[in-house]
Design a protein around this ligand. Sequence first.
Ligand code: FAD
Length: 379
Amino acid sequence: MSDFATLRQSVRNFVEEQVKPVIGAYETREETPWALVDQMRALGLFGMLIPPEWGGLGLSLREYATLMGEIERGCGSFRSMLSIQNSLVGLTLLAHGSEDQKRRYLVPAAKGEILVSFGLSEPDAGSNPAEMTTSAARVDGGWRLNGRKMWIGNAARAGVMLIFARSGAGSERRGPEITAFLVEPGPGVRTEVMTGKMGLRAALPSHIDLEDVFVPDASVLGPVGGGLRIALYSLDHGRLSAAVAGCAVCDVALELSLVYAQSRRQFGKPVAQHQLVQELLTDIHVDAQAVRGLLERAIVLKESGQPFSEAAATAKLFASEAANRCAYRAVQVHGGRGYLEETGLPRLVRDARVLTIYEGTSQIMKLVLGRHLTGLSAF
Ligand SMILES: Cc1cc2nc3c(=O)[nH]c(=O)nc-3n(C[C@H](O)[C@H](O)[C@H](O)COP(=O)(O)OP(=O)(O)OC[C@H]3O[C@@H](n4cnc5c(N)ncnc54)[C@H](O)[C@@H]3O)c2cc1C
């Protein structure tokens, strides 16, 4: 077996033997199983995409997608955590961080020694980050941040948070000036885990309150005023992770449905032999194959260094909607049993739901693609 095949098998074993048997109980209590997070760290999963010289495994995007798919099969919360670590923040630090920032944050993040967060959304600014009110005022030697972020994954345990804030008025045409800051927990930073979530119940989305938080100039990521461009760079990669998750949800929906439909008998034959059940199964199959094709296209473009924003948005839009359709169909194939936690289907439904919302909602993906096709912005 190649090194990667061995790693994939280790991740699959981890999911089957360690995650699946216990994750339901943690999710019921909305807790994160930290001992399992330690095991993901030991497997190197926090730095899959980061080159070895910066503490990671240096895997290709395709290899990363494969492993993230394996993780999603057992726990969407973990896949989400790893997506923030590897792509939303990890790749962003790799592309935009100074040598010093990479040493201080990328290396420990890739090794899993610290968790990291991507802090764009706010209570009153989601689909349109330009409406953010978190502010950064210039002071001697750095910046003073004030504001409130919402939904920020990993934040309650993060060693560093990538925080986007308004650093200037900007212009009417280009919108406010937004800058990216690397903020460590400390004086003025307060986090609070959000509870009562529909899905991703073992994840840690948090509120972050920033009150007169001093951030030195050395912790500005990229150029002052370049924050929105950096956020969009990050989101392109985050959208690929969401598409990977959608792909895994469709696959699981098909696998579980095929097994069940062939063993469950009604009207004297397996339900798989009823035409309308076959329709459900083939609809899942077609969605799963279409998602895989769109994902592959985005990966090929990205890996060959070509623009891939459109491909990532297309894959994300289709995969996230398909995942919801397929999880729903899988419950239907299982009849009443699909309603029981023991089948794993309620979690599949719950974890799929967020995919059409975060990293840009389906509506926003359509506007992104509409602008790409027409050259006209309908935002
Ligand atoms: C579990 C979870 C984890 C998250 N993790 C993070 C994270 O780690 N970091 C982070 O920064 N954010 C995170 N988010 C926030 C997420 O990115 C936002 O929820 C998302 O961008 C949508 O913003 P909103 O919730 O404010 O919805 P809104 O922007 O208020 O949208 C409400 C509805 O209006 C629609 N809408 C808005 N504008 C338009 C328009 N112009 N045209 C048509 N329809 C429109 C939307 O599609 C949606 O249906 C997370 C969210 C969730 C649920």
